[in-house]
Write a protein of this length. Structure first.
Length: 135
């Protein structure tokens, strides 16, 4: 009888852990969306969610995306983009790279750490138009 109780207890713990994991993932997605909505007006032409890929180069401030993504955003190489997630946002120069999948962004390790994301996480990218001057 004791073994049955232990098995039931383990099963309940596993179910609780799975439920907590699912709820945490849903909450992180909601937070990311809210952060992105607060930064820009959502627009189908400029909204892009890309998965973070490891960059072997350590110099920060540069991201690489597929050339089709640059075209979709109306950007040219070397322009600034804002990369956001629920934890914050950073500005980097963007360059085209046809060796990267269209749903990926190659981030340097230091930029990834500043943003607080892991490889495989999704981030929101948008063109950076600069700061508006208020008169």
């Amino acid at each position: 009888m004791t073994n049955i109780k232990k098995k039931d207890g383990r099963k309940e713990k596993k179910e609780k852990a799975a439920s907590l994991y699912e709820n945490t993932n849903r909450l992180n997605v909601k937070r990311s969306i809210k952060a992105a909505q607060g930064m820009v007006q959502l627009n189908k032409e400029t909204m892009n969610w890309l998965k973070v890929k490891e960059s072997p180069i350590t110099k920060n401030g540069v991201a690489r995306v597929h050339s089709n993504v640059l075209k979709q955003l109306g950007l040219t190489q070397g322009k600034n983009i804002a990369i956001s997630c629920g934890n914050g946002s950073i500005l980097v120069h963007v360059y085209a790279d046809t060796l990267i999948e269209e749903d990926m962004i190659s981030l340097r390790p230091g930029d990834r750490r500043k943003l607080g994301v892991k490889y495989g996480n999704k981030v929101f990218i948008k063109p950076y138009s600069g700061v508006k001057k208020i008169n």
